[in-house]
Design a protein around this ligand. Structure first.
Ligand code: FES
Length: 60
């Protein structure tokens, strides 16, 4: 995984930020959203961010 890859251009949230949120206890996309702000503006990154969150949670 390229941790530097930006998922959310509104809040500049990267894959690494999402991975960190999951690592730090996020249990669902809502938690990730709270921790990183991902998807809180235009919402176009939501689908990608949700998919990545799901993938990371499965590996937990
Ligand atoms: S790209 Fe994530 S809220 Fe706009």
């Amino acid at each position: 995984m390229n941790r530097k890859k930006e998922i959310c251009s509104c809040y500049h949230v990267t894959k690494g930020d999402i991975a960190d949120a999951v690592e730090n206890g996020a249990e669902c996309f809502k938690d990730v959203k709270k921790a990183t702000k991902v998807g809180k503006a235009c919402g176009k990154c939501k689908k990608k961010a949700k998919k990545l969150t799901k993938k990371l949670l499965m590996k937990k």
